[in-house]
Design a protein around this ligand. Structure first.
Ligand SMILES: NC(=O)c1ccc[n+]([C@@H]2O[C@H](COP(=O)([O-])OP(=O)(O)OC[C@H]3O[C@@H](n4cnc5c(N)ncnc54)[C@H](OP(=O)(O)O)[C@@H]3O)[C@@H](O)[C@H]2O)c1
Length: 325
């Protein structure tokens, strides 16, 4: 879709709200394709913001941890100074700035290290490679918080529902930029290790898993931690891009999903086990006591409790920022 088509689509539909998850996301390719990255990551959201403003609509937009340079050692807050290291990050930041400058009511959710059971992402790449290579080399010196796409979708929907209960002006009043990622932090290496360990215990026959592995057996025997230097890429990446979810929790009562190993929930839920009882869950998991992770154990019980509690996690907005003005 080009910008004219985008404008025409918005004018035809006359939406109350635009949710923009489209982006130029090929981080390495963007280094040599800046013009196209700018059109999609800057010009398109700017156009959406302008059109939204014209018709009194609001805009929900997603951005990225890559707006930061990773020199911090503490989770980044929304107020921290961005300093993107690569073209993708620069264009995403410029897209955010354009939306803010146009001044249409908006929510910008910065997320990070997104994975899911469809599309292109780290989880699916590792699963594919695990059917192809005996040894996987994965960088260990980039730290972030893998975040499940379904959490982002569900959380966005909940927040929008909360806001819609506050009336038409709510996004003007409560809008702004928010970080929305899973809790905790890990490295790509640790994440890959967890994925391969978990995958080796996955029951066969789950459609997305069969698609990810092309129905092939897993052959990876070893994972080797390497440095970013040993795995040079066209785009520089931040070595630390953990985002603080404090603000979104404060304003919307949003509890970030447990992480970084909440991929387990993804694996379970995507295997149509969303409504698993504990007994069924134990059968699927083979009575495993839990998977080991740094700083604790994510047990089956905890995972299920989390799924059950998720519906209760959002507190009414009126208890939050409304109270403080
Ligand atoms: N993935 C991550 O780790 C990550 C991390 C932080 C933030 N984010 C942000 O989260 C959002 C979603 O990312 P994602 O990972 O879901 O990206 P994705 O899988 O690459 O999906 C991007 C979508 O944008 C669409 N798109 C791109 N150019 C388009 C155009 N000219 N016209 C129409 N559609 C177009 C693509 O359509 P086609 O499929 O048809 O090409 C695709 O469906 C983005 O804003 C991204 O910056 C992602």
């Amino acid at each position: 879709m080009n910008l004219d088509q985008l404008r025409r689509a918005i004018r035809d539909v006359q939406p109350n709200m635009i949710v923009n998850a489209a982006a130029y996301t090929s981080v390495d390719q963007a280094e040599t394709d800046e013009q196209q990255a700018r059109i999609i990551n800057v010009d398109a959201p700017a156009l959406m913001a302008e059109e939204a403003k014209r018709i009194g609509a609001s805009l929900v937009h997603y951005s990225t941890d890559y707006v930061f340079d990773g020199s911090s050692s503490l989770p980044y807050a929304e107020t921290d100074q961005p300093n993107p290291l690569n073209v993708y990050g620069k264009t995403k930041l410029a897209g955010e700035e354009a939306i803010r400058a146009i001044g249409t009511p908006h929510l910008i959710f910065r997320t990070a290290w997104v994975y899911g059971t469809t599309g292109r992402n780290f989880l699916l790449t590792i699963l594919r490679l695990a059917t192809e290579r005996e040894e996987l080399k994965v960088v260990h010196d980039q730290v972030g918080a893998p975040t499940w796409s379904q959490e982002i979708a569900t959380s966005t929907e909940r927040i929008l529902r909360q806001l819609s209960q506050q009336g038409r002006e709510a996004i003007s009043k409560f809008g702004g930029t928010y970080h929305m990622t899973a809790a905790g932090k890990t490295s790509w290496f640790e994440f890959a290790k967890a994925i391969t360990e978990e995958a080796s215990r996955m029951p066969r026959g789950i459609p997305w898993f069969e698609a990810a592995t092309n129905g092939q057996p897993l052959v990876t025997r070893r994972l080797r931690a390497i440095t970013t230097e040993e795995f040079p890429t066209p785009a520089r990446r931040p070595s630390y891009s953990v985002l603080s979810n404090f603000r979104i929790k404060q304003d919307f009562g949003w509890n970030c999903p447990p992480g970084p190993y909440n991929y387990m929930l993804c694996l379970l839920k995507a295997g149509s086990t969303a409504d698993l009882s504990m007994a069924q869950f134990r059968r699927v998991r083979g009575h495993r006591p839990g998977i080991r992770r740094p700083g604790g154990t994510l047990t089956a019980e905890k995972a299920l409790r989390y799924i059950a509690a998720r519906d209760r996690q959002f507190q009414p907005l009126s208890h939050r920022r409304l109270a403080t003005g």
